[in-house]
Design a protein around this ligand. Structure first.
Ligand code: BDR
Ligand code: CA
Length: 307
């Protein structure tokens, strides 16, 4: 039976890859997309999520999330990485669909209750909505099968600052709230996602197999890889968010170790994720190694099926 997923997302180029992958993979049943700021603003994220579903002919509810971090002031979107609208140079067609009326934390809480113990929440943006869901329902985490978070890093430093990964940096207080709360979390952070690098040729080949959806990804990733090159990474772009989605259904590609994780909440290293055995909290399973070709082949073979 397919794994039931909710994807909390800030689309975003690698979010688009991840959502197309989830749509394509028959082992995944997407119950909803919830949106959050990060790569773009929350209204843009909601529009972009609806757009992705419509171009891929997928009928999935979209619930709009919170608009700003739990404690910090709002950040400007990461338009240097993802473009002004989130998808690089892509011409966005205004989606016909609308988000549901229920907001993201309410949707998360209700859906987790209705499918108690069955859903994996794959969080590929800042953890703002997830932290708010815990505020609404203290049993929220227990109602989930688990949470797979794309975020953080243990041994390889950050990508938005020297110390912090972007999703944790954009709402460190939310991440700390979620880690402290004792959810069943798998962390798919930069330790593994920065190993899964794809050159332009990979997306060109994807566009040959899947001219429409692969073609859209090829156009977006050209922009994304330009950004990587501008910071001296010349081998292609990382599959950050798609790696988290793959981990939801093919955990065997990832090796993890348990860590009590806390988040730095102030100073130069704000947003850093630290393993601290003196923290009174449950362990997070931190992915520390990955079968790179396993993830890349799995992503490619699934997305290649989309027309
Ligand atoms: C994460 O930050 C965002 O820019 C990406 O979409 C991904 O979720 C990578 O650090
Ligand atoms: Ca993302």
């Amino acid at each position: 039976m397919a794994t039931k997923l909710i994807i909390d997302t800030d689309p975003g180029i690698d979010d688009a890859m991840a959502i197309f992958y989830a749509i394509a993979n028959p082992e995944i049943d997407i119950l909803g997309l919830t949106t959050v700021f990060g790569n773009v603003t929350t209204p843009q994220a909601t529009r972009n999520a609806l757009f992705l579903l419509e171009v891929a002919n997928a009928n999935v509810p979209v619930s709009s999330g919170l608009h700003q971090p739990r404690s910090l002031p709002s950040f400007p979107p990461s338009s240097n990485v993802h473009g002004d609208e989130g998808f690089g140079p892509l011409q966005l067609i205004e989606p016909k669909g609308e988000p549901i009326t229920e907001n993201a934390p309410e949707f998360l809480v209700r859906t987790a209750k209705e499918h108690s113990g069955e859903i994996i929440l794959c969080a590929i943006g800042p953890l703002t909505n997830v932290a708010a869901a815990i505020d609404i329902d203290p049993d929220f985490c227990q109602n989930l099968k688990g949470i797979v978070v794309m975020g953080g890093s243990l041994a390889v430093g950050g990508n938005i600052t020297a110390a912090a990964e972007a999703n944790i940096y954009h709402d460190p207080h939310a991440a700390e709230h979620v880690f402290k709360y004792g959810c069943n979390i798998t962390l798919v952070g930069l330790d593994v996602t920065d190993q899964v690098i794809c050159p332009r040729q990979y997306f060109k080949e994807l566009a040959v197999e899947s001219p429409h959806i692969g073609g859209i990804l090829n156009e977006m990733t050209d922009f994304y890889i330009n950004f990587y090159e501008s910071i001296g990474k010349i081998n292609g772009c990382s599959l950050h968010d798609p790696s988290a989605l793959v981990a939801c259904v093919n955990r065997e590609f990832f090796k993890s170790t348990p860590h009590k994780l806390r988040v730095v909440l102030s100073g130069d290293r704000i947003g850093e994720t630290i393993s601290d055995k003196n923290c009174a909290r449950a362990n997070v399973d931190v992915c520390i190694d990955v079968n790179v070709s396993g993830v890349k082949d799995n992503f490619f073979s699934n997305v290649a099926k989309l027309n």
